[in-house]
Ligand binder design. Structure first.
Ligand code: ATP
Ligand code: MG
Length: 575
């Protein structure tokens, strides 16, 4: 491709809302343009990167048994009502009506549509296994679209769905997808970790996330360096603490704590450590109020609470509920006297505590020296606090969690029969009787991969694409288009590299060298071949590696061989 005939409008300034390097460089480099919040046009360079990602995904999905289909973006509400998710999915689901007043949605995911397709065409256990995938635009009306392609409202996903006769076969398919994903992200040149994860509102019982390690990631992940157990922080388990001897109970007393609402304020006011305060969180578990006790310096993981209780939804109660249940304004709820009204759960970390400070269920008051058993009772102790960096690993004897941030680029779920039962997707088994198929589903954020790759590969001048994702692998920069020798040499590099199957861009614009350099650095071509009058007169050409900044002066005759060899090596990515 010649830049003079191409469309790559680069910009000097980043958009005001672009806080992340990937967002800023995608816009400045002329890869994407924003059409509306979280909705983007793909310009030619963006499409080239997208196609490279998609190609890698297709090759690996096909290698591990995936079969490509293409499903509609617009889906009838009836299917969502059958699965039960029409009421459950909430405002992320973009709902619309057609001219006949029938309800539809723009697909945020395709479990319903694919299950419907399969139940119509697949009859017998002999038709299984199958694993169908597609690469297609999804719409989720995200409350906070962020970071350009990182969290869009319209974005491209690869979603796959496997159908099997039984659990064992379904788990085999799951393992195949695990391998496919590992290969895909490796070939994309990403530094990633596989993480035990929550199944969220997709449902199911086993799931892994593929997290790209990045300071700017939204996900917090804990890894134990001793045994390599890696788990999303929101569900990371904590080992049961050793039994502690409780202190001798002192006399319970009510003390005024005017305006002291947070644990820190109360602790400072009463001159105790925050770990001697027990906070009482009034939560709604599937709409029922429940009290959850936590040590003052610990945080609740609502995901762990939801999973521990097998609930669909968990949230902190609204102020009115807190006031109704505790009889005090928010900040003063406590367990003493609460058991008559609602169930009291406590985190494992509360087990060994005595003589603690708790809310008094009275405005502006706390109780000191409250003790379990004597002053309040706990219905159940469960592991519900958020694990943090330095907590003991539950998986091995001597490891401790260490925290990193990640960008979730892929997620695989073992679904079981959740959808097939709800939607009667059955096959005739060997015994001639209908049985529900066993499913798995597997997503990749295709457009999110692009942002994640840039978050991991950039500097203050622009993007440093890994070769497998680069929009062009090599750029030939002709520094003086008025110098015939420069033009001739550049043309021949361009032609020879193309002949060798290398994706090359020829910057043949009449612009000055500084302008071309800046664009090449910003867009991030892995190799630049710099053809300038002076060097050429001495028979030397500069070849620059974008990632390392390394510059080599090579004789004209060696340039193509050298660059072709480098590209060949780096195309393989990390895999
Ligand atoms: P998140 O927690 O980031 O919202 P999710 O759990 O909702 O993700 P899934 O439903 O598992 O995501 O979707 C599969 C994949 O699609 C995710 O792993 C992610 O890479 C990608 N994805 C999800 N939401 C978005 C989005 N708004 N923009 C871009 N990619 C997305
Ligand atoms: Mg989401």
């Amino acid at each position: 491709m010649r830049v003079s005939r191409y469309h790559m409008p680069t910009l000097k300034e980043a958009p005001k809302d672009a806080e992340l390097a990937s967002h800023s460089y995608l816009i400045r480099g002329g890869f994407i343009r924003q059409l509306a919040a979280g909705i983007y046009d793909f310009l030619p360079l963006g499409v080239k990167v997208l196609h490279k990602v998609q190609q890698i995904i297709r090759e690996e999905m096909n290698r591990y048994g995936g079969i490509e289909v293409l499903l509609p973006a617009v889906q009838p509400s009836e299917l969502w009502k059958e699965s039960g998710r029409w009421g459950y999915y909430g405002p992320e689901l973009l709902r619309l009506r057609d001219r006949h007043d029938r309800e539809f949605c723009v697909g945020p995911t395709h479990e319903e549509v694919i299950t419907d397709l399969v139940r119509r065409d697949v009859r017998s256990y002999r038709d299984l296994p199958i694993n169908l995938y597609q690469i297609q635009a999804k719409f989720r009306d995200e409350i906070k679209p962020r970071g350009g392609l990182l969290r869009g409202r319209e974005f491209i996903m690869k979603d796959a769905y496997s159908f099997d006769v039984d659990e064992a076969a379904a788990k085999e398919n799951y393992q195949l997808m695990y391998k496919a994903y590992t290969a895909i992200f490796g070939r994309c040149g990403l530094d990633f970790r596989v993480v035990e994860a929550d199944t969220g509102n997709i449902g199911g019982s086993m799931s892994h996330e593929f997290q790209v390690v990045a300071e700017t990631g939204e996900d917090y992940v804990l890894n134990c360096p001793a045994c390599d157990f890696t788990v999303n922080q929101e569900l990371a388990p904590i080992p049961e603490p050793m039994a502690a001897t409780l202190p001798v109970p002192l006399a319970l007393a009510e003390v005024p704590t005017p305006d002291q609402k947070s644990v820190e304020e109360v602790a400072a006011f009463l001159q105790v450590e925050t770990n001697q305060v027990v906070k009482t969180l009034i939560c709604l578990v599937d709409d029922e109020p429940v009290a959850v006790l936590l040590r003052g310096d610990h945080e609740l993981s609502d995901v762990k609470l939801r999973r521990a209780l097998g609930a669909d939804q968990v949230s902190l109660a609204d102020d009115a509920t807190v006031e109704r249940v505790s009889g005090a304004v928010v900040g003063f709820a406590g367990p003493v006297g609460l058991a008559e009204k609602i169930p009291i759960l406590a985190d494992l970390g509360v087990q060994g505590l005595g003589n603690v400070v708790v809310g008094a269920n009275r405005d502006a008051h706390h109780l000191t020296n409250a003790n379990q058993g004597r002053d309040f009772k706990v219905d159940r102790f469960i592991d519900v606090r958020t694990a943090v960096d330095g907590d003991h690993c539950p998986n091995c004897a001597d490891g401790k969690y260490s925290l990193f941030r990640g960008i979730e680029v892929g997620h695989i779920f073992y679904l079981g029969t959740k959808y097939s039962e709800a939607m009667s997707c059955t096959v005739l088994g060997e015994n001639g009787k209908p049985q529900p198929v066993v499913m798995g589903c597997y997503g990749i954020g295709v457009t999110r991969i692009i942002s994640a790759a840039i978050e991991q590969n950039h500097d203050d001048r622009g993007i440093c694409w890994p070769v497998p994702l680069a929009p062009f692998e090599v750029a030939v920069l002709a520094l003086q288009m008025k110098d015939e020798a420069v033009v001739e040499a550049s043309e021949s590099f361009y032609a020879e590299l193309q002949a060798r199957g290398i994706d090359v861009l020829f910057d043949d614009r009449p612009q000055r060298p500084g302008f071309k350099f800046a664009d090449a650095e910003l867009i991030g071509f892995p190799y630049q071949i710099v053809v300038g009058s002076r060097g050429l007169a001495e028979g030397q050409i500069e070849v620059k590696c974008r990632r390392t900044g390394e510059k080599l002066d090579l004789p004209v005759a060696e340039v193509v061989d050298y660059v072709a060899r480098q590209i060949e090596q780096e195309r393989k990515g990390l895999a």
